[in-house]
Design a protein around this ligand. Structure first.
Ligand code: SF4
Length: 257
């Protein structure tokens, strides 16, 4: 594997930010980093953008892989999570365990309480089952609004997105521009398969959500997650009452090509 020009990568990343996602810079940076070592890519961006580099974790298996890798670079690296208020107890247990195992402190963001109160008092506690609009409103208030606050001031946002996860993620690139949040999204695991993720978790003895052992490969909020049957898509248990092309909470929206 050839080395890559780190200065040029950081320079291009800055050009992408200042040009609001110019596609030729995006193509060039993706080309340079194609097939490069993930740990070296993470290190390059962390060293180039230390105080404006962050990772969002929802404690999925991919996020746990990235937390292991990032905490090995620097235990003070910025990692955050969003507590929607509707998560599984097993997920909260993993919050604690991950901090303990890696000696880190993942920062927690909560939804705005006034917005939650207004939504629930107007539309009910289980509004998301009634319509896609209601479901998107709930995701917006409980996830997107806190995400915006968490990303504010950052330039690099590391995610655990993988192309094979769902129809909505097929076109994931290593480096993407998120115009909504004005950040570069870095998706180091985009080409990893499910088997690769789990092999790495086993190899490194990484803590994971015990619900994965109960046919819940993708875990979000408790009322919007169910177990899947054999042969179903890994994200089939998320918002199972909706069509696959609608199944994003808005954190990672992209056009389906
Ligand atoms: S996943 Fe369900 S409960 Fe969680 S924020 Fe979205 S609609 Fe609300």
């Amino acid at each position: 594997m050839a080395d890559f020009n780190r200065e040029r990568v950081v320079e291009l990343a800055n050009f992408i930010i200042s040009s609001n996602g110019n596609t030729s810079y995006l193509d060039e940076i993706n080309n340079i980093l194609k097939d490069q070592n993930i740990d070296e890519i993470l290190k390059c961006f962390y060293e180039g953008f230390t105080s404006t580099f962050t990772m969002a974790s929802s404690y999925g298996p991919e996020d746990q892989v990235l937390v292991e890798k990032l905490s090995a670079i620097d235990k003070n690296i910025s990692i955050f999570t969003i507590d929607t208020g509707r998560l599984f107890q097993e997920t909260y247990n993993l919050f604690e365990r991950t901090n303990e195992v890696y000696g880190i402190k993942i920062k927690v963001f909560f939804p705005n309480n006034e917005l939650v109160e207004k939504m629930v008092n107007t539309k009910g506690i289980n509004l998301f089952y009634l319509s896609i609009e209601n479901r998107k409103e709930c995701c917006h208030i409980r996830k997107i609004e806190p995400l915006k606050r968490a990303l504010n001031g950052n330039k690099i946002w590391v995610t655990g997105l993988r192309s094979e996860q769902s129809i909505t993620r097929i076109n994931t690139s290593l480096i993407e521009w998120d115009a909504e949040n004005q950040v570069i999204k870095l998706n180091p695991l985009k080409d990893w398969t499910d088997t690769q993720v789990w092999d790495y978790i086993k190899l490194k003895n990484i803590p994971f959500n015990k619900l994965h052992n109960q046919n819940l490969p993708s875990i979000g909020c408790l009322p919007c997650t169910r177990a899947i049957s054999e042969g179903e898509d890994v994200r089939a248990g998320r918002w199972w009452w909706e069509q696959p092309e609608h199944k994003e909470c808005g954190l990672h929206n992209r056009p389906i090509k």
